[in-house]
Design a protein around this ligand. Structure first.
Ligand code: MN
Length: 223
């Protein structure tokens, strides 16, 4: 097949002993920890809500993230190797989940606030270049199902976020179920599962360290 110009390369994440994981799309869950919902001045909803970042927003571990970068929030990332519509909750863990990673949902909070006030879309606040730093994926056959465990974010060595992924309002099986009721999911989709309280602004020179128990930690420098 000849194209008008060379197509964009496939974005991949390393996956330990497995072949690299080709990223298709990135979905993010909004307000999935009660303390963060309070911090945002919002109220929990009857169903999770979602937004997206392009696959090209992935920034590899141990990279420099060009400023401006806004605020940072640590998230458990779930990587799917099977897609579908109306996926039943009890099938998610072993049939659909390929593995897990640690990600940062970088947010231009100033732009997000302005967009919200005007009733405009969030994209430029959430889906900008390098807005999805992410570690290599730990396949589920190494980690087992991750339903609890410490999730933490440090900026320059100081703890800003510290919680447990067991505190999620919507667990991974529910997230995949509700998302797949709205759109068809595909192998290669990543889901950033939301952040606990303590989202913090970062500035040039800051070193961000993010961790979820049992997974490779993420280190990003703001440059
Ligand atoms: Mn987030």
């Amino acid at each position: 097949m000849n194209y008008a110009f060379p197509p964009a390369p496939v974005v991949t994440l390393d996956a330990m002993s497995s072949n690299p994981f080709p990223v298709r799309r990135i979905f993010c869950v909004g307000q999935n920890y009660a303390d963060h919902v309070r911090e945002m001045g919002a109220a929990p909803d009857a169903e999770p809500f979602f937004f997206m970042k392009p696959a090209s927003a992935v920034l590899q571990n141990n990279s420099v993230l060009p400023y401006p970068s806004g605020t940072t929030e640590v998230e458990l990332v779930v990587a799917l190797h099977k897609g579908g519509k109306n996926i039943p909750m009890d099938k998610v863990d072993y049939d659909y989940v390929f593995g897990y990673a640690v990600g940062l949902d970088m947010t231009r909070r100033d732009l997000q606030r302005a967009a919200r006030e005007k009733g405009q879309p969030w994209e430029m606040a959430k889906a900008f270049d390098h807005s999805a730093p992410c570690t290599a994926i730990t396949p589920e056959f190494y980690s087992g199902t991750i339903a609890r465990g410490k999730i933490e974010l440090k900026v320059n060595g100081q703890i800003r976020q510290s919680a447990d992924v067991g505190d999620m309002l919507w667990r991974i099986p529910q997230i995949v179920h509700f998302l797949s009721n709205q759109i068809e999911l595909f192998p290669g989709d990543l889901i950033f599962t939301g952040t606990p309280a303590g989202v913090s602004p970062v500035v040039k020179g800051d070193v961000i360290e993010a961790a979820v128990a049992g997974l490779e930690p993420l280190t990003i420098t703001i440059g």
